[in-house]
Write a protein that binds this ligand. Sequence first.
Ligand SMILES: [Cu+2]
Length: 95
Amino acid sequence: MKTLSALLLAAAVSLVAAPSVAAAPETVTLAVQNMTCAGCAIAVRTALRRVDGVAETKVDLERNTVQVSFDPDKTTVEALTRATAAVGFPSALKE
Ligand SMILES: [Cu+2]
């Protein structure tokens, strides 16, 4: 019985661990309003990092942009712009 449950457990674990086809990360650039100093940059960065699925953020204070890499299966550009707006920095996808 012990062996059987161990086998079942192993089977269950391998099911969970089966390679899920992870989508390639997507990278977008957002034009951000109101960013005037390093503190703002940190606030924007922190807000974005809190969004589930965000992998990397790179703020460019001179251009007022932030480059965000994220998992498109977990989040959307809309969620990103909402997150920055929520902390006082409205943003939009930069073409
Ligand atoms: Cu500031």
